[in-house]
Design a protein around this ligand. Sequence first.
Ligand code: TXA
Ligand code: MG
Length: 319
Amino acid sequence: MKKSNILKASPKSILKAAKILKSGGVVAFPTETVYGLGANAFNSEAVAKIFEIKERPNFDPLIVHVSKKNQLSLIAESIPKKVKKLIDKFWPGPLTIILKKKKKLPDIVTGGLDTVAVRMPSSKIALELIKKSGCPIAAPSANKFSRVSPVRASHVVNQLGRGPDLIIDGGKTIHGVESTIIAFEKGVFYLLRPGAIGLEEIEEKTGFKVKVKKTGKLQAPGQLKKHYAPKANLSIINGGEKIDANSAYIAFKKRPYCKCKVVKILSPKGDLKEAAANLFDFFHFIERSKIKKIYIEKVPHIGLGLAINDRIMRAATKK
Ligand code: TXA
Ligand code: MG
């Protein structure tokens, strides 16, 4: 039995975590989006442990996290000019870009694809950890396969228990939804996963149009229809339905007229940033209350609303 594997974030615990990563271990750590489960991207055996702990049935490609832009040359073949501009505007931050992979990056990281997903997180804890470990860190979200991503260290403990060698507790994450994933093909940017940075912001800051592709091979592999699912049955409110009093209700901004056991408001101010930061946290909270049915309202479909509605729809998918 391993000793307690959770430590509050501090220079000492980050150094300890970095040593574990260096020697082929697996560490859960906070980023500005959700908690990640990381291993040295160049150590195949360490990366394999991530899949084992998450119980991912197949090897979906992982995001490689860097602490400096110049680490990119270790994992990606070349960086097109337009991609460089995008990175310069949004890194460090919750933007993941798909690039052609370097051959020496192990295939297990990219699920056999010849491309790699990379991001430089803005979380100080994540940046320091990557820097001190001295290697790029492959890290998916630190949840069990198809379940809700963790936004607090306690969510990681509840799902992964003693799986990781160490869990760094950095409190609740800021954004609460995962990074936005963008691909670049033949001079065109495509959105593969809506996330913490809205498309409008990307277009505003870079002047580049980002195309939304719904089908075809460009979709992010591993983005299953059913994903981010809490254990309770989740129904999206369409209006007019009868609400079961033993249920939980997650509203966008207005308190609903219902006598549910738990009522949660994503953002009383109607702020999508606040709503995103609360969504997974509410799912985890309701999971602990053992309620079997959750009703949820969709949010306005603009900016961050795309990412929030995407997670709500996947969580509500039955199969
Ligand atoms: O905010 C985030 O991105 C968090 C934190 C920990 O950084 N990470 C995260 O990782 O959400 P994960 O594994 O839960 O989701 C990564 C997704 C995969 O499901 C896959 O769809 C996509 O990234 N992906 C990875 N490599 C790809 C590639 N080469 N081409 C297309 N999509 C890729
Ligand atoms: Mg995930």
